[in-house]
Design a protein around this ligand. Structure first.
Ligand SMILES: Cc1cc2nc3c(=O)[nH]c(=O)nc-3n(C[C@H](O)[C@H](O)[C@H](O)COP(=O)(O)OP(=O)(O)OC[C@H]3O[C@@H](n4cnc5c(N)ncnc54)[C@H](O)[C@@H]3O)c2cc1C
Length: 374
């Protein structure tokens, strides 16, 4: 805990989710004193431990968007990282299922979008082929994405932290960022840790505060309000499905309501879960609304007619930090450096919703490329 009493470090990263940890781990190869702070006791207590744990292929995002570019790059980097560092993962593959001609047309368009993003490995399955692979699924056709996979996010974050610590950096929990002021050497950062104030001088300041990144940015001196987008909170719930999974791969219906649809994903331990739905919220509550099970069942029955309602149990919820409000169109990740806001050494990340986990290592490299020394 020596750094708590040191008044000068090279870089402070606000937020120890998968993005802050990935940035910190990468940065620690270039700078000796890298500090990651989080207001929670442990790393990854917010969105990073409340998601589908899917390594996305990069299928849906508009061509040339950061989401498309960083997802495809990030997927490759993440698979390599998992292999090198023995993180539990499985390139299990995913089926995008369609019911009827209209949905099949949507999948055909999706294949073109994927192709434009450099995801050229999708293939069509006829109803017969699908039935022999996945007899429990009801659909008229499907697209197979072989490069979609799953990962144990906790082990991944633990590994990033180990890398950071190995290179001399540290994580400080229960430390809330309050404000930062600029001076000739970078930033003076005020934090509060368990009721005690601390002030740290840092040359670089990286805002990876997820759901709170707009609030953090609002407390950085000199940052113009017009460069701080509003973060909309969009909750998604999951139900676990008791017993052995009836599917061998991930199953995704057609995307809807600013989400990927209530899909079936299997974690590295073999547990099947359905979700997430999308519900814009004003408070950070992870509570399940009433009658949600019925709503889930209606959606799932479209592609899994033998669903047993008694096996569906509320599991957990996560909240997406979205730049698009309800009903609005696609919004990309936003990564801002001095070329946008004019403050040397500062990088802000906004709207890192899905595929943020998949993109994390590519996002980290992108952040590093915006700092002068890299
Ligand atoms: C329902 C759902 C499903 C998803 N599924 C997938 C998926 O399958 N695949 C995929 O690639 N992506 C998925 N995502 C997206 C992915 O989870 C996120 O992109 C990723 O976790 C974002 O990580 P983060 O580090 O930016 O945010 P977080 O994990 O939220 O970390 C931010 C951290 O900042 C800290 N913080 C905030 N304010 C302060 C402050 N003032 N002082 C100190 N610390 C502060 C918080 O405590 C928090 O720990 C999903 C997201 C959701 C919600």
């Amino acid at each position: 805990m020596g750094f708590l009493f040191m008044d000068k470090v090279d870089a402070i990263i606000i937020g120890a989710g998968v993005i802050g940890l990935a940035v910190a781990a990468r940065l620690s190869y270039f700078l000796s004193n890298v500090v990651v702070i989080d207001k929670n006791l442990h790393f990854g207590e917010e969105t990073s431990s409340r998601n589908s744990e899917v390594i996305h292929a990069g299928i849906y995002y508009p061509q040339h968007s950061l989401k498309a570019k960083l997802c495809v790059e990030g997927k490759k980097k993440l698979y390599q990282y998992c292999q090198q560092r023995h993180i539990p993962f499985n390139p299990i593959g995913k089926l995008l299922v369609a019911s009827g001609e209209q949905q099949q047309d949507f999948l055909a368009k999706t294949m073109t979008v994927a192709d434009n993003n450099g995801v050229n490995d999708l293939s069509w399955l006829s109803q017969k082929e699908l039935h022999s692979r996945e007899p429990e699924i009801s659909a008229t056709a499907a697209l197979l994405s072989p490069s979609t996979g799953i990962i144990d996010v906790h082990s991944y974050m633990q590994s990033l932290l180990a890398e950071l610590e190995h290179n001399g950096g540290i994580f400080i929990g229960q430390t809330t960022f309050l404000k930062a002021e600029t001076n000739n050497s970078g930033f003076v950062v005020d934090n509060v840790s368990q009721g005690h104030s601390s002030q740290i001088q840092a040359q670089y300041l990286i805002n990876c505060a997820g759901l709170h990144s707009d609030k953090v940015a609002n407390n950085i001196q000199g940052l113009s309000r017009e460069n701080i987008p509003k973060i909309h909170w969009c909750r998604g719930h999951y139900f676990s499905y008791q017993g052995k999974s009836p599917f061998s791969q991930l199953v995704y219906p057609i995307p809807k309501d600013n989400g990927l649809g209530i899909h079936a994903s299997i974690d590295v331990g073999g547990q099947l879960k359905f979700g997430p739905d999308t519900q814009y919220v004003d408070d950070l509550s992870y509570q399940f609304p009433e009658n949600l099970k019925q709503k889930f069942a209606q959606e799932i029955l479209h592609y899994f007619p033998r669903l047993d309602m008694d096996k569906l149990h509320p599991a957990y919820a996560g909240i997406r930090p979205k730049l698009q409000g309800e009903g609005q169109d696609f919004k990309d990740f936003v990564i801002q450096d001095r070329h946008v806001h004019g403050i040397k050494g500062l990088v802000n990340l906004f709207g890192i919703d899905s595929p943020g986990l998949t993109s994390s290592l590519a996002i980290a490299d992108n952040v590093l490329s915006r700092l002068d020394f890299c």
